[in-house]
Design a protein around this ligand. Structure first.
Ligand SMILES: Nc1nc2c(ncn2[C@@H]2O[C@H](COP(=O)(O)OP(=O)(O)O)[C@@H](O)[C@H]2O)c(=O)[nH]1
Ligand SMILES: [Mg+2]
Length: 690
């Protein structure tokens, strides 16, 4: 493919379990890219090829495929919808022009739909919606369409109507051509609209024309004057509205029965091509630069996914935004300016890949065995490199300490974790200097468990997972003054520094502030930064339980020095001592993260869920109906939500779902503070023993 205008980059996004992976499979099958329709239940799909995905029957990372259809070149990306594994969905939305939003018609709009829609909206992406699972019991297209319009506005418009309900769902009426497409074994027969649907189709077509007219002045005028609108006029105006994200067409399907899936390609053909949209801005230094989707310009590509396999090595998946990427060419990695030579450019199809020719602006491809390229990197042909701003993933919500099961495997653990965190940008790995443990931060217990499984399977190393940790913070509630003095006389030159400081609380979230009020040179100016450095060091390791200290104002107002014995080091130590002493007198307090939680459950579970939240120190904000479900909103301390996933599963028989994000820090109730401080003390002693 050498014409960017013929490329369509499409990411399938939506809540978990809406049928994205199944739909992706059926799209590939209908386009002739695969000869057998795989299924999620059998673990035979192109996209969910990874053992962890098969075991859990759920997508954990993005699956890519490329198909040619009707003279267009489609790059399709199947993304995960589970909130713990959204990294690839978020990254994929950076490199496509269109989000194919898949909904379960029975349930309508779910939590992740709204979040992913917001991302697509911010990026200005085109959006096509598929009401999937129309073959299921209680699937009601009109109801789902209403819910979609309620959530995403009047720009959401049906281009199809389903023929037959639930088990009798057999095809669609195309509201543009006013023809019926009925399916047998995945193959369509085009014919007249069934008589019983004629009225409904006429009404739905009017709504469609109405919506198109609202995006096009010429058409609006004809519509008002009740003049004839030709099919060509309507099609052209509709295509323009879809390509410019002014209308979001809704199509119908059953992915697993392969009904009406092939017709989705006809809607996707209207979606924007890479030349139709403005690209995300790249940065050259601090200046924004506009990239040009022109194959003849210098090449710029963005890496949105990385696979870390210990055997086949690194694979980076990228999107060309400008110019042409060729195999065997040299690129600059804009992050640090180092250069690497590209090997063979590849096109992937699930886990398979095959050699591809040059990739023009707008196209997606992969490259193996680059040495130091990670997700978020920009590859440039030019020495005068540009850089894309960071993608912006949600921060980890909880962290676990991991230790090697067998002694002597510590290095293997570190290597495996580093590699896996390159692959999963929402996994955070660091070494805790205080306890000497490796800490893995993730979105949920399941997220970290998947990582542990991968370490074992791919890197052959087993680890012990300690209970999750809450990122507590420490602060003060009162004002206090204290002296911090460091004095040592050992033989020759001594060490001397003396400081007086006052600490007081800052408003929550305002962080740390250091004020120098020394007058008359009680402490010479050149030692002041050393005092501040000492204070900051003491803040990293809080006086209560070793958690970072936040929201404190420090005023340094007096001190003493010695012309020979004073040094930066002495003032750092004095600063640390003084800060700790002052905080201890200033009503120290422990803070805990409070989460905004949304729990989606069937009606009959709402009472139990609310009761349970109360026992978790939660504040229930209210419930809102969504489809046949209810969404319970609450604010709950993270400490009470660490093992919520399995609890919710058992309370709802697996029919509940939840999402949470960080809201703010609040003070921990006194009786719990004592326990946490005691536990921290124990952990510290343990760490020193081993
Ligand atoms: N009846 C029915 N089941 C479907 C349909 N699409 C998917 N499923 C089933 O729903 C479950 C979740 O599908 P999957 O493709 O993994 O959803 P994803 O999480 O969005 O990728 C699987 O058991 C599928 O077999 C459909 O159109 N009709
Ligand atoms: Mg999936």
């Amino acid at each position: 493919m050498n014409d960017p205008a013929k490329i369509r980059n499409i990411a399938l996004v939506g809540h978990r379990g809406t049928g994205k992976t199944s739909l992706f499979e059926a799209l590939l099958f209908d386009a002739g890219a695969i000869t057998r329709l795989g299924s999620v239940a059998d673990g035979t799909t192109v996209s969910d090829w990874d053992d962890d995905e098969k075991k859990r029957q759920m997508s954990l990372s993005a699956g890519l495929a490329h198909v040619d259809r009707g003279g267009l070149s489609f790059n399709l990306i199947d993304t995960p919808g589970d909130s713990s594994f959204l990294a690839d969905a978020i990254a994929s939305l950076q490199v496509v022009e269109t989000a194919l939003v898949v909904v379960n018609t029975v349930l309508g709009v779910e939590v992740q739909h709204e979040r992913l829609w917001d991302r697509a909206e911010t990026r200005g992406l085109g959006r096509v919606i598929v009401c999937n699972m129309l073959d299921r019991e209680r699937a009601d297209f009109d109801h789902a369409l209403g819910l979609l319009q309620e959530s995403f506005g009047a720009q959401v418009v049906a281009v199809q109507l389903p023929i037959g309900k639930e088990h009798d769902f057999s095809g669609v009426v195309d509201l543009l051509t006013m023809k019926a497409h009925t399916y047998n074994d995945g193959k369509a027969t085009v014919g007249d609209i069934p008589a019983e649907l004629a009225d409904a189709a006429a009404v739905a077509r009017d709504k469609l024309i109405d919506a198109v007219a609202s995006t096009n002045d010429d058409l609006a005028e004809k519509y008002l004057m009740e003049e004839e609108i030709t099919a060509d006029e309507l099609n052209a105006a509709f295509a323009a509205a879809v390509a410019t994200a002014q209308l979001y067409p809704v199509a119908c399907a059953s992915a697993t029965a392969n009904i009406a899936v092939d017709h989705i390609f006809d809607v996707l053909a209207l979606a924007p091509s890479p030349v139709d949209v403005t690209h995300p801005k790249a940065l050259k230094g601090d200046a924004e630069v506009e990239l040009d989707c022109d194959p003849s310009q210098p090449a710029v590509a963005f890496v949105f996914k990385t696979l870390a396999d210990p055997f086949s090595g690194h694979v980076n998946v990228f999107r060309v935004f400008q110019g042409t990427m060729s195999s065997d060419s040299q690129v600059v990695i804009a992050r640090d300016g180092h250069k690497e030579r590209l090997g063979q450019i590849l096109k992937t199809m699930g886990k398979e890949s095959k050699a591809s020719g040059d990739l023009v602006a707008g196209d997606l491809g992969a490259i193996a065995k680059l040495k130091d390229v990670v997700t978020g990197d920009t590859l440039c042909a030019d020495a005068d490199a540009v850089n894309f701003p960071p993608i912006g993933f949600p921060a980890p919500l909880m962290s676990f300490a991991v230790t090697a099961k067998s002694k002597g495997e510590e290095d293997k653990v570190i290597t495996a974790l580093r590699r896996l965190s390159e692959e999963d940008p929402m996994l955070e790995v660091h070494h805790d200097d205080q306890t000497g443990e490796m800490i893995v931060g993730g979105m949920s217990q399941v997220h970290v468990e998947v990582t542990v499984d991968r370490m074992k399977r791919r890197f052959g190393v087993e680890v012990e997972l300690k209970p999750p940790r809450v990122p507590y913070r420490e602060t003060i509630k009162g004002t206090a003054k204290a002296e911090g003095k460091h004095k040592k006389q050992t033989g020759g030159r001594g060490q001397f520094a003396d400081t007086w400081m006052e600490v007081r609380p800052q408003p929550r979230g305002d962080g740390f502030e250091f004020e120098n009020k020394i007058v008359g040179g009680a402490i010479p100016r050149n030692f002041i930064p050393a005092v501040e450095k000492g204070v900051r060091a003491a803040m990293d390791d809080g006086f209560l339980a070793g958690y970072p200290v936040v929201d404190v104002h420090v005023k340094l107002y007096d001190g003493k020095y010695h012309p020979v014995d004073s040094s930066d080091m002495a003032f750092q130590i004095a600063g640390s001592i003084g800060f700790k002493a002052a905080c201890e007198k200033a009503q120290p307090a422990l803070l805990e993260p409070i989460m905004n939680v949304e729990i989606t459950v069937p009606d009959e579970n709402v009472g139990d869920i609310i009761g349970d939240l109360n026992s978790r120190r939660g504040r229930v904000l209210g419930t809102t109906p969504r489809g046949h479900n209810n969404v319970v909103g609450a604010e709950v301390p993270l400490a009470e939500m660490l093992t919520y996933a399995p609890d919710l599963t058992s309370m709802t028989g697996g029919r509940g779902d939840y999402h949470m994000e960080f809201l703010r820090y609040e003070e921990v109730p006194a009786h719990l503070t004592a326990k946490i401080v005691e536990q921290a003390q124990k952990d510290k002693e343990e760490a020193h023993k081993s």
